[in-house]
Design a binder for this molecule. Structure first.
Ligand SMILES: Cc1cc2nc3c(=O)[nH]c(=O)nc-3n(C[C@H](O)[C@H](O)[C@H](O)COP(=O)(O)O)c2cc1C
Length: 210
C-alpha cells in the first residue's frame, strides 16, 4: 500500500513537472533583465479581462503597466463567472451558444487615451465574451491598439484577427500571446509566471514601439 502511495505521488509530481518544465519548483524570478528601449508616446490605457483565480491576464496587464506605464482598466462582468473550471466552461458555453454579451460594471471613458492595450484570456479560440461587450460600446477609432492574450496551451487562435476585424477604425499593432494555465494548472495555481518572465513583455514592447 505504502509503495503504491509513493509511486502515485512520484507519478503526479512527474506529470506536473512535465507540464510546467519543473519551473514551479525552482521559484525563479520573473523580473525583467532587458530594458525598455523607448517609452510609448501618448496616454496609455490597459483594458483587460481576467477570470480564473490564477489571474493570468491580469498579471500580464500589470507587467505591461510596470514597463510602459498607463492606467489599468479591468473589465468586470456584473455577474461573475462561477468557479471551478467545469462550471466556468458550462456558463461560458451557454452564453456563447445564446450569443450573449454579458453586462459589465461601468468602464471609464477612453476618450483621452492614445494607446489602448487590450487583454483577454483565450476562450474558444478568441477573446472572452466580456470583451465583446466592451467592443459593443467602444470602437477605439483613431487609437493605437496593442492586443495581448493568455491561453491554456492552444495558442492565440483567431484572437488577433478578431481584434483587427472588430477595431477596424484603429491602428492595431502586432499582438502578444502568452501561455497561461490549462485545466490541471488552474487547479494547482500555476500560470503565466511558470512559463514566462517580464522579458517577454518588454521584448514585445520594444518590437511594437520601436
Ligand atoms: C470558457 C473557457 C474557454 C477556454 N478556451 C480556451 C481555448 O480555446 N484555447 C486555450 O488555449 N485555452 C482556453 N482556455 C484557457 C484560458 O485561456 C487560460 O486558462 C487563460 O490563461 C485564463 O486566463 P485568466 O487567468 O486571465 O482568466 C479557456 C478557458 C475557459 C474558462
Amino acid at each position: 500500500m505504502k509503495t503504491i502511495l509513493i509511486a502515485s505521488s512520484v507519478l503526479a509530481a512527474a506529470i506536473v513537472c512535465a507540464i510546467t518544465g519543473c519551473r514551479m519548483f525552482s521559484k525563479r524570478s520573473t523580473e525583467a533583465t532587458v530594458a525598455l528601449s523607448a517609452k510609448p508616446k501618448g496616454r496609455i490605457a490597459i483594458v483587460y479581462f481576467s477570470q480564473s483565480k490564477v489571474q493570468n491576464t491580469a498579471l500580464v496587464a500589470k507587467w505591461i503597466q510596470k514597463h510602459a506605464g498607463g492606467d489599468l482598466v479591468p473589465l468586470e462582468p456584473q455577474t461573475p463567472y462561477p468557479e471551478p473550471y467545469g462550471k466556468t466552461l458550462k456558463a461560458a458555453n451557454e452564453e456563447r451558444a445564446a450569443g450573449v454579451h454579458p453586462p459589465l460594471k461601468a468602464v471609464p471613458p477612453l476618450d483621452g487615451y492614445d494607446i489602448v492595450f487590450i487583454g483577454s484570456p483565450i476562450w474558444y479560440s478568441t477573446y472572452a465574451a466580456p470583451l465583446a461587450t466592451f467592443f459593443d460600446g467602444e470602437k477605439l477609432s483613431g487609437k493605437t491598439v496593442a492586443p495581448f492574450c493568455t491561453h491554456g496551451g492552444g495558442g492565440a487562435g483567431r484572437f488577433f484577427e478578431d481584434v483587427r476585424k472588430t477595431c477596424r477604425e484603429a491602428k492595431v499593432l502586432d499582438g502578444l500571446s502568452i501561455r497561461g494555465s490549462n485545466q490541471i494548472e488552474r487547479r494547482l495555481d500555476i500560470g503565466v509566471a511558470a512559463h514566462h518572465t517580464e522579458d517577454d513583455v518588454v521584448e514585445w514592447l520594444n518590437r511594437i514601439f520601436k
